[in-house]
Design a protein around this ligand. Structure first.
Ligand code: HSE
Length: 450
């Protein structure tokens, strides 16, 4: 039965920048459609923003604008607080205060939840309120809902995603236009994709925050950003992008969560973000520019992929409003009927460990700049064999073909089969010590995603 005669859900926005502005616009433009879906209206009654004049210009008379977020939290008429401030600082205090005041919370703050999610979800459970965060991962793509609800029948084998638009834009432009990293980064900032501090994007931290949230929802483990392996794209060189292409691969910054299973026994969860070679023929390898895509493999459903805009005003607002609709539908229901924030009931969380990176199993791309002498390749393959690493493919390129350095140097590029990262580390240390290896060895991880 429709609850259409119910009073609207009253919302207070903390922050009306890019995403807040989009949320206001989308709710206004689609209010009738949204009311029909939610069974009641959703009304932004208050907005807190330090820039009161700009906020007033945006919302006009539709909402009360204040500079102090605590006024929103203290207002007994506000049912839901939407936190769009970002960061781990004041945003954390305000979210916890909003929960303590009995408000439901919607947030796009991946950093906050990846680091302090356990505390925040526990506080919300205690208070009987919802914390919804669809906008925190992959912007407009409903990946949280897909994993938490649509794929709930499955054992999730792995999740792998392009979940940072800035770095995907940079990698795409570097490859397509041969542009330098710095030039492309500036363009990404101009287009509004990058975080306030772009090191979070380019060093992989933003993607790792999101991967942490995905791992928790996929496996019912607590959020553990501190155990995530994080490697960004700043050390990636054009020559490796080119060699990868020649071998049939593209390099993408992937956030990966994978259940590691050996002989039917689950050993733990891999949680890692790093540049990754992906076969060119996979759809995800062709996700270009600032677009995001997440692949999920479940034992029942097989491989699925979700694609869309991972950032920007209205795409992210689309996720915020979807959370508001969920809350509007459930706000009079008993807390026991809420979908658990991390997909699993809080008393059924898994204690599977996040595996250290040395325990991760993957295949590798390895590039060695070597002296062009007889026996070099034999020595290298010998070292790999000692570590039990088997080679899938080898190519050799004259160094001057790519670097103009010429001389008696050559680049050896090896692709390996799956091996433990710890074994690869030992092999790399041994190969690096060879006098015929002339430069630091480059090692990138490779995923077939089949
Ligand atoms: N800086 C992020 C990105 C914004 O580039 O994807 C969305 O989280």
């Amino acid at each position: 039965m429709s609850q259409d005669n119910q009073k609207p859900v009253r919302v207070g926005l903390l922050g009306i920048g890019t995403v807040g502005g989009g949320t206001f616009t989308v709710l206004k433009r689609n209010q009738e459609e949204i009311r029909r879906r939610a069974g009641r209206g959703i009304s932004i009654d208050m907005v807190a923003d330090l820039n009161v004049d700009r906020a007033k210009e945006l919302v006009g008379d539709a909402a009360e604008v204040v500079s102090d977020a605590r006024q929103v939290i203290a207002n007994p008429n506000i049912d839901v607080v939407v936190e769009l401030i970002g960061g781990y600082g004041i945003a954390k205090t305000l979210v916890l205060e909003a929960i303590a005041a009995g408000k439901h919370v919607v947030t796009a703050n991946k950093a906050l939840l990846a680091v302090h999610g356990t505390e925040i979800f526990a506080a919300a459970r205690e208070k009987g309120v919802m914390v919804a965060f669809e906008a925190a991962v992959a912007g407009g793509i409903p990946i949280i809902k897909s994993l938490r609800e649509g794929l709930t029948a499955n054992q999730i084998q792995w999740v792998a995603g392009i979940i940072n638009g800035t770095t995907n834009f940079i990698l795409s432009e570097m490859r397509d236009k041969g542009l330098d990293f710095d030039v492309v980064l500036k363009e990404a900032q101009r287009l509004g994709y990058a975080e306030a501090d772009p090191t979070f994007d380019i060093e992989g931290v933003d993607a790792a925050h999101k991967a942490t949230l995905l791992s928790a929802i996929a496996y019912g483990i607590p959020v553990q950003f501190d155990k995530a392996y994080v490697e960004g794209i700043t050390k990636l060189s054009a020559v490796d992008i080119k060699y990868a292409e020649q071998l049939g691969y593209r390099i993408k910054l992937l956030g990966i969560a994978r259940r590691q299973e050996v002989n039917g026994k689950v050993l733990g969860i891999e949680l890692r973000t790093h540049p990754t070679l992906v076969p060119q023929r996979r759809l995800i390898a062709n996700v270009e520019g600032a677009m995001n895509a997440v692949m999920v493999q479940g034992d029942a459903v097989g491989t699925t992929m979700y694609y869309g805009k991972g950032a920007g005003s209205e795409p992210t607002a689309s996720a915020v409003v979807a959370d508001l609709v969920d809350i509007a539908r459930l706000t009079d229901a008993p807390a026991a009927s809420y979908v658990p924030p991390l997909a699993f009931q809080h008393d059924s969380m898994s204690t599977l460990p996040i595996l250290p990176i040395e325990e991760v199993v993957t295949s590798f791309y390895v590039r060695l700049r070597v002296a062009d002498q007889t026996g070099v390749l034999a020595k290298i393959t010998g070292i790999l064999a000692e570590q039990g690493i088997s080679i899938d493919a080898v190519i050799q390129r004259e160094a001057d073909e790519v670097s103009g350095e010429g001389g008696n140097q050559t680049d050896l590029i090896l692709l390996t089969h799956d091996t433990k990262e710890g074994s690869m580390n030992k092999a790399i240390a041994a190969m690096q010590a060879l006098p015929t290896v002339l430069a630091p060895i480059v090692r990138l991880r490779k995923e077939e995603l089949a």
